[in-house]
Design a protein around this ligand. Sequence first.
Ligand code: OGA
Ligand code: MN
Length: 296
Amino acid sequence: MKIEIIKEDINFGGIVSEINITEDLNDTIINELDKKLNELCLLVFKKQKINDDQQIKFSKYFGKIEGAGNNTTIRSIKERRLSDSFGDVSNLDVNNRPLRKTDNKRFFALGNRLWHSDASFKKIPAKYSLLSGRKVAKIGGETQFADMRAAYDDLPAQIKHKIKNLKSYHSLIYSRQKLGLNMYEMVSAEEIINFKPVKQPLVRKNDFTKRKSIFLASHIGEIEGMEKPDTILFVNDLIEHSTKDKYLYTHNWDENDLIIWDNRQSMHRGLYFDDQNEIRDVRRTTISGTEMLIDQ
Ligand code: OGA
Ligand code: MN
C-alpha cells in the first residue's frame, strides 16, 4: 500500500494505491488507514469496482455502520433503492430513474450541495463516510472537501476565543430552510420530531493528533446565547473563511473511485451536474461516532 499526499502544504488528503479493498485486510493495514484518516482527513482509492456487500465489508473495518434511519431521509422504506446500510446520494428513484425536478425527495437531496459534515444533526454525529462512485456524471458532480483544522488554525485569536465554548444547534430543518424548503410541510407532524435540532460544540479536538477544528455545517440554525440573524451571519462568515481555495480539495470523479473522509475535521459538498439528464449513482456508507460531544 502506498499513500501520496494531495495537499502537502496543509497535510490534507491522500491517494491510496497498491491496495484492493475487496480483499481481507489485516490490522496493520487498517490501523495505518485509520491513522492517515486522522492525519489527512480524506483518502481516495482509485479503480475499486465494488458491490454493496463489498462496500459494507470494507466499511465495517472502520467501525459501526449507521443506517439510513428516519432521521436522515424523507424517503419511506418503499421509496428506497438501497439497503438500510446505505445513504443513497444518487439522483435516482426506486426504479433507477432521475428524480423528477419537482420531487420533494430531489429537493431534500439537493441539501448535499450545501457545505456540511455528515449527520452533524444527530446527537452522535458521524465519524467517517465512505462514498463509492458506481456511476458518475460526465460533466460536473465533483465533491469538494474543506480542511477544518487548517481553517481553525488560521482564525484570528479573538474569533478562536469567541467560539471556544459556543454551542450550536444542527438540524436538517435548518439546512433545508436555506434552500427555501419548509420541512414542516414536507413531512408529517409525527415525522418532524425525527429532525429536532441537536446541540454540538463549535470547536472539536482530534484525540489522536490533538489538532482542533471548527465543527461547522449548513445544518446550524442557532447558537446558544446569540440572536438568530447574528447566528446566520456568523456561521456564513465562518463557512466563507473555511472554504477558501487554500483549504479545499475538489474531487473530480472517475467511475469506481471510493473516498473515505473524516467528518469530525472536514466539511464537504457536492457540485452541480445536470441531474435531469445524467445518472450519478454514488452510494454512501457512514461510520458512527462513538459518543455525544456534549450533553443535550
Ligand atoms: C455525501 C455527500 C456529496 C456528493 O455523500 O455525504 O454529501 O458529491 N455527497 O455527492
Ligand atoms: Mn454529505
